[in-house]
Design a protein around this ligand. Structure first.
Ligand code: 13P
Length: 256
């Protein structure tokens, strides 16, 4: 639980360096001073440097979409967490369902990536979620446990405060099919109980992701189990993204 909302935009493989810089400029110009919302964005790797430059001096935090576990070495095509930290990057997404399903990342690898990110001083935004088939087979909570357990095993008490969890049901990503409020509550409660087993001193921070837009965000954020959102499509449309920030600003931070 946080005492501020957290809104993260995952730009996925959209907005190359020049487009991303132009988009970041629009964000900088349009961003209100936020009293209760932290705004983070995750551009593609090649766009990180121009976005950091454009957003320097603003409150927007810039992160990566994936990260390797090693500091350096023979890992063609991967990105070192140490290099990201060197660039001034604050966080990385880890284990996004597109990484798991399209690129075969296992939960064990996701745990390793999380560990690498944390060791380099980054915050790790760990994504988990079930497919439609897993949900209809009644396996949602089992899948959440299978995905999260290796990650939580690898997180030390000291680093737990730099872990953010994102519940993203795969069937809700990019489909316009948002999870029902009760489904979100149940999944978040399941994640909370998995976290509680570890007896970390910090409480879990849990975002919802999957077809979040200005029309459905207020009721999702009003759920006491939800700390914020991880947003894809609506995060690369300036008007929608600024609307989401405005909605978060209007929403009380209810903790309990
Ligand atoms: P959409 O918001 O486009 O459904 O994407 C969600 C997502 O995958 C964020 O990581």
């Amino acid at each position: 639980m946080r005492n501020r909302h957290l809104l993260i935009g995952n730009w996925k493989m959209n907005l190359g360096p020049s487009q991303a810089a132009a988009f970041a400029l629009k964000l900088r110009e349009g961003l209100p001073k936020t009293a209760r919302t932290d705004v983070w964005v995750a551009p593609p790797t090649v766009s990180l440097a121009p976005v950091c430059a454009e957003l320097a001096g603003t409150s927007i935090v810039v992160g990566a979409q994936n990260v390797h576990w090693a500091a350096s070495g023979a890992f063609t095509g991967e990105t070192s967490p140490v290099f990201l930290a060197d660039l001034g990057i604050a966080f990385s997404l880890v284990g996004h369902s597109e990484r798991r399903t399209l690129f075969g990342e296992s939960s064990q690898q996701v745990a390793q990536r999380t560990q690498g990110a944390l060791a380099a001083g980054l915050t790790a935004v760990v994504c988990i979620g079930e497919t439609e088939g897993e949900r209809s087979a009644g396996r949602t909570e089992t899948v959440l446990e299978e995905q999260l357990s290796p990650v939580l095993e690898s997180v030390s008490r000291d680093a737990a405060g730099r872990v953010v969890l994102a519940y993203e049901p795969v069937w809700a990503i990019g489909t316009g099919k948002v999870a029902a409020l009760e489904e979100i509550r149940q999944a978040h409660r399941c994640i909370e109980s998995l976290w509680a087993r570890k007896q970390f001193t910090s409480s879990p921070v849990i975002l919802y992701g999957g077809s979040v837009n200005p029309g459905n965000f207020a009721e999702i954020l009003a759920l006491p189990e939800v700390d914020g959102a991880l947003v894809g499509g609506a995060s690369i449309k300036v008007d929608q993204w600024l609307s989401l920030i405005a909605i978060a600003e209007e929403s009380p931070v209810a903790r309990g």
